[in-house]
Design a protein around this ligand. Sequence first.
Ligand SMILES: [Zn+2]
Length: 223
Amino acid sequence: MFNQPLSDPSLIACQHCDLLQRLPELEPGATARCPRCDKELWRRRVDSLDRTLALTLAAAVLYVIAQSMPMLGLTVIGREASTTVIGGAQQLWNDGRELVAALVLFTAVIAPALQIGFMLAVAVAARRDPAPRWVGALLRHHPTTRTWSMIEVMLIGVLVALIKIADYATVIPGLALFVLGALVFLLAAIQAAFDPHEVWNKIEWADADARHAALAAPTGATV
Ligand SMILES: [Zn+2]
């Protein structure tokens, strides 16, 4: 059983104070704000889908490089060792720190992969009109993957550790360390370029009859 939609799709409720209001047609780059609580309801991005796709493809390439290259190398009295992010998590697991290992694996490997993968699927599928309905499910879950993707936290942790052990060993920053740093900025750029409002408007409705009823309703009633 589905709810009955309003015939005017430009009506939206503010996420903060629930005030029902009509979204104006925005110029690219302009924002619409709630007149009661001043929350930004929609910012129309310039060329959102193309930019999101380009940035996400770049992020995917950087992610693969970051996970396959060594992140850190250590030289202690002539002995050399280097590790990748996954290798570091594996080492933590072997040392009996299973919880930390699982957290590193989830927040630095799995969640960023889901974040980039979901965004890539959305950016590709949203080019179709109407976009398939599963795009809606990905859009709903994408913020969760973003919350758990903590590459920047891991980087700060690694940098602090680097400074602390610099007195005892020669530390060689690996290529992955720099690539991960670039990836942090790229992921932020994707969020700035992506316009979920534009994608939601294209998604095929779960209840096709309701969509047709809403679209066929007389528009003369709108003010
Ligand atoms: Zn509001």
